[in-house]
Design a protein around this ligand. Structure first.
Ligand code: UDP
Length: 236
């Protein structure tokens, strides 16, 4: 298997209810069950979940009443709420999980530090990395790549709505083709919306593969990592 330790990046929207409420318990349990199966299959998993189902700092500050740094702080707090929800659902699915936050809040969860995080991963625990990078003006895509590099992950699995990167929107264009492989340079040149450019640039520098796939079907995390479900691999 090419991957042993993997960082799974989920968008906050992955938890959202169809009516727009920020979290749906059923959706959360399905996602956690899928990640638990991948962990039981032997993958070491670190998770980053965004906060876009609650707050996106850039969008909030664009309204003009709040500055970007404050709105981003609120966004980082949103990722902590999502992370605690995932941690709870993972534990309920039978996989030990712990949240580590880049923003120190010791009465709520562990503060992120690299060595303890590596130790938890080695023990087979799922580590949920909350609070983004801990700094405004970044996104959780960038924090996913940063943590993956720090924690010596073999790849980032970026979960999206569709099962890879397509030449056009597959929902609108029946001739859209899914790429099997792209280089980081190609992904950056094409200005793909799958991840922001800062995240791709860091991945390129670190020669870190980004696997883009959909985690809507049951057991899809393990299937993508084992190569039995479709995905696009962005690699050197
Ligand atoms: N954020 C931040 N610094 C970080 C990561 C996130 O300030 O290192 C803030 C930012 O406002 C962002 C929000 O947290 O919009 C939620 O994260 P993101 O937009 O990446 O969530 P996703 O789109 O993945 O749900």
């Amino acid at each position: 298997m090419p991957y042993k330790r993997i960082l799974v990046k989920l968008s906050g929207e992955a938890l959202q209810a169809p009516d727009g409420y920020w979290l749906e318990a059923q959706t959360l349990a399905a996602l956690a069950g899928d990640i638990a199966r991948a962990s039981e299959a032997g993958f070491q998993i670190a998770l980053v979940i965004g906060g876009g189902n609650i707050i996106r700092g850039a969008r909030m500050s664009a309204a003009g009443w709040i500055d970007r740094a404050t709105a981003d702080s609120m966004g980082m707090l949103a990722t902590v709420m999502n992370s605690l929800a995932l941690e709870t659902a993972l534990n309920a699915a039978g996989v030990p999980a712990r949240t580590m936050s880049a923003v120190s809040m010791p009465t709520i969860c562990e503060t992120y530090a690299r060595q303890p995080a590596l130790h938890h991963l080695d023990k087979g625990q799922v580590v949920v990395l909350a609070g983004g990078t801990g700094n405004p003006f970044f996104t959780t895509d960038t924090s996913a790549v940063l943590r993956a590099a720090e924690l010596r992950c073999d790849a980032v699995l970026k979960a999206t709505q569709v099962d890879g990167v397509y030449s056009a929107d597959p929902k609108r264009d029946p001739n859209a083709k899914r790429y099997e492989r792209l280089t980081h340079d190609e992904a950056i040149a094409a200005d793909l919306k799958v991840m922001d450019t800062a995240a791709f640039a860091l991945a390129r520098e670190q020669r870190l593969p980004i696997v883009v796939g959909s985690v809507h079907a049951p057991s899809s995390v393990a299937a993508i990592l084992e190569g039995s479900a479709p995905a696009t691999v962005v690699a050197p």
